[in-house]
Design a protein around this ligand. Sequence first.
Ligand code: AR6
Length: 178
Amino acid sequence: MTAKKISGVEIECVRGDIASQHGITAVVNAANAQLRMGGGVAGAIHRAAGPGLEEECRPLAPIKPGQAVITSGHNLPNRYVIHCLGPVYGVDKPEAELLANCYRNALRLAEEHGIDSIAFPAISTGAFGYPVEDAAEVACSAVLEAVPKLKSVKKIRFVLHSERDLMLYEKVLETKTV
Ligand code: AR6
């Protein structure tokens, strides 16, 4: 696990399942526009949260690429879920800007709700086809740019599904400065 502290905010990378992040107030969902179950991250989150999550999501859908909405966590070990729609690589453009907006908007919602800790998956890098190397750059830059302005958020965790993705994120995070 890599961790670094910037402006009083701890940023870390771990390998794991986004649906079992204990001790984290909000987890981020790599959602679909309709905020329905789906596969990957959205499947894991909805399965763990239970049907109440889809019900709460229904009136909030559809969302656009880069947008984020917040719900409660239902049966997840987290108080909130922040649902972000990442860009489909090669389709939704400009993709880097839209992906960065996911991280910016999720952190903005976290601040508005006084959330102290948040865990992000690698949005868009699964079904949506965003190359992980590029997505890691965008995600780390967007988060590091936002960090100096954060008041409530004290911990940001990137949760990666594979060892390879974890190593990539760790490398990018280590080399970046604010
Ligand atoms: N925990 C953490 N990371 C995971 C998990 C998990 N449980 N499962 C997969 N990943 P994806 P997207 C990784 O496809 O690309 C859905 O069907 C995965 O290896 O979940 O934004 C939705 O319904 C990949 O690196 O999200 C949408 O239609 C990353 O999480 C669409 O897919 C993101 O993969 C969203 O696609």
